[in-house]
Design a protein around this ligand. Structure first.
Ligand SMILES: Nc1ncnc2c1ncn2[C@@H]1O[C@H](COP(=O)(O)OP(=O)(O)OP(=O)(O)O)[C@@H](O)[C@H]1O
Length: 288
């Protein structure tokens, strides 16, 4: 894991170099001219995601997420709440996968559901709670296909796939068909799939579920070592994961934000070594 983490850290420096080079207008082969005008500036700044007047419903009369204003800035952010609180719905909305009934979601001021949607979505990585991969494809083929879908330049796609595979500890399975992977390995491939386009916004829906303790620690290490200009929003029911990885936390209750602040304050007030995120959350609600 040490080597892969070093690579992820190096990636931050490389991104900065690429941004500078692109700013100078020295585009490499395979880079579309349209990308030059937009990407470099963003690559040099910490990212901000803002929600305003957002309502998400499955049935028109009953919103399951209602967020008037919420701004998330770069760094690892925890997302907690009891079952059905709206975490997955919120993450899918932030991933560009579910248009809200009302309101706007912006990434660095660009409307995620506006005319630049396609480009904005390319800067986001999303690891859903459940994901199915085509069983006949190998790990490398899955990531190659995702690179193509997300328009990763062909000159870097192979290296990025290899880095993502190594980061999640699947290098020895790179040429194995996904149908032969265990449940935990599939979860790690889902994380690699979210990382492969080197996203600026990484959305993780319970990323450590189904992993053994060593792999959970590995996932926490990956998140902790990501470029600090990226936003990582991670839902989890495991207080230990939230407490050890995130610097701020969003608590959702019935789709409404009940707390947004420092994780350390939240844990000091409501957490503890043997308390679940739900228990801490319930204490928060009781105090509110
Ligand atoms: N496809 C759907 N159709 C109708 N209602 C849905 C659908 N998906 C989720 N819901 C409802 O929306 C609400 C929020 O669900 P969501 O999955 O976002 O919660 P969650 O916090 O992620 O829960 P969990 O911790 O169990 O994963 C729940 O009341 C749920 O029943």
């Amino acid at each position: 894991m040490g080597r892969s983490v070093r690579r992820l850290l190096l990636r931050g420096h490389r991104r900065c170099r690429e941004g500078t080079r692109l700013l100078q207008g020295l585009r490499g082969p395979g880079v579309e001219p349209g990308r030059l005008q937009h990407q470099p500036v963003h690559h040099l700044q910490p990212v901000t995601v803002a929600l305003s007047g957002v309502r998400c419903s499955y049935r028109l009369d009953r919103p399951v997420v209602t967020i008037d204003e919420l701004e998330l800035t770069a760094g690892p952010v925890g997302l907690v709440g009891v079952n059905g609180a709206g975490k997955t719905t919120l993450l899918r909305t932030l991933a560009g996968a579910r248009t809200p009934q009302d309101g706007t979601v912006t990434v660095d001021g660009d409307d995620l559901y506006g005319p630049r949607r396609r480009r904005v979505v390319q800067t986001i990585g999303y690891m859903p709670q459940e994901i199915q991969f085509p069983g006949e494809l190998t790990v490398t083929q899955v990531l190659g296909y995702l690179c193509w879908l997300r328009r990763v330049p062909s000159r870097t796609a192979k290296a990025q796939s290899a880095e993502a595979v190594e980061a999640v500890g699947l290098a020895d399975r790179a040429h194995q068909q996904t149908r032969r992977l265990s449940g935990g390995m599939r979860r790690r491939l889902a994380l690699a799939a979210a990382l492969v386009n080197e996203p600026r916004v990484l959305l993780l829906d319970e990323p450590t579920t189904g992993l053994d303790p060593e792999q959970r620690a590995g996932v926490r290490e990956i998140i902790a070592n990501l470029d600090s200009r990226c936003l990582v929003l991670m839902s989890s029911h495991v207080m230990e994961d939230i407490a050890s990885v995130t610097s701020s936390i969003v608590v959702l209750h019935e789709g409404v934000v009940r707390y947004h602040g420092a994780t350390s304050s939240f844990v000091a007030a409501h957490g503890g070594p043997n308390r679940s995120a739900e228990l801490a959350f319930l204490t928060t609600i009781a105090d509110a």
